[in-house]
Design a protein around this ligand. Structure first.
Ligand SMILES: C[S@@+](CC[C@H](N)C(=O)[O-])C[C@H]1O[C@@H](n2cnc3c(N)ncnc32)[C@H](O)[C@@H]1O
Length: 223
């Protein structure tokens, strides 16, 4: 599928798929969205609420450009406290022609960024002493694991493009992957998704979204 590179509203770049008329991140600001949804409302929220744990497990649907993984690795390494074990699934791993476009972006420490993209698929790789990465070349539909996650970054393409990944079965699968008190975050604020998360037994909050989106969702396992 043809992939184009576009510059978003905060000057950070993302990938655009003309055939689907879909982007990897918000056109209003890729970096702003990733920081707001996944880092501030997800990772920082988790760390603030459970700062005593020596390690945390994160699952990301869609490794894509590696932006969420990179921002998480930098945050964990700056903190220098908990070790983050980060599992991500991606059935369309980018070629170097596409991921190297981002290596000199403000958020991508070039050495760490390339180490992440070049890490062997299917093997744990220590990216820093505080961030271990397991990239899997598979779909969310096929993903199985015995691990349970403290935090899920649900970063599928939107419901218009990938409706199946926002259906009740997918949200129930997420609930099953969460550890006790685990947290799920996504940029998506659709009512059917919120109700699907509630039906899966999670407590759902509507939070202010990043630029261009009034709301986003955060869900927690409370029972
Ligand atoms: C919105 S983009 C996510 C961007 C990514 N998190 C980043 O930081 O660049 C959606 C990602 O999900 C991947 N994807 C598409 N179908 C998938 C599936 N069935 N299971 C898992 N990932 C999928 C896409 O290839 C793409 O990388």
């Amino acid at each position: 599928m043809k992939i184009e590179i576009i510059t978003t509203g905060d000057s950070s770049k993302t990938l655009h798929l003309p055939a689907l008329n879909e982007q990897y991140h918000s056109k209003h600001g890729a970096l702003t969205e990733a920081n707001h949804v996944y880092i501030q409302k997800g990772l920082e929220h988790l760390i603030e609420s459970d700062s005593k744990s020596p390690s945390l497990t994160v699952f990301e649907l869609g490794f894509g450009t590696g932006m969420n993984a990179m921002l998480t690795a930098v945050k964990m390494t700056e903190r220098g406290h908990e070790v983050c074990n980060y599992v991500t699934v991606e059935p369309h791993l980018l070629s170097s022609a596409h991921y190297t476009v981002f290596e000199n972006e403000s958020w991508a420490s070039p050495e760490l960024y390339l180490t992440m993209h070049q890490a062997a698929v299917g093997e744990w790789t220590a990216i820093t002493p505080f961030f271990n990465l397991l990239k899997l070349d598979t779909t969310f539909e096929s993903f199985t694991t015995d691990l349970r996650f403290d935090l899920i970054y649900y970063d599928a393409f939107g419901p218009r493009v990938q409706p199946e990944l926002w259906e009740p079965w997918a949200l129930e699968k997420c609930a099953g992957l969460l550890s006790e008190h685990g947290t799920w975050v996504s940029y998506c604020a659709k009512g059917t998704v919120r109700r699907g998360l509630e039906a899966a037994g999670l407590s759902v909050e509507r939070l202010p979204g990043p630029p261009g989106k009034r709301e986003m969702l955060r869900a927690e396992k409370t029972k």
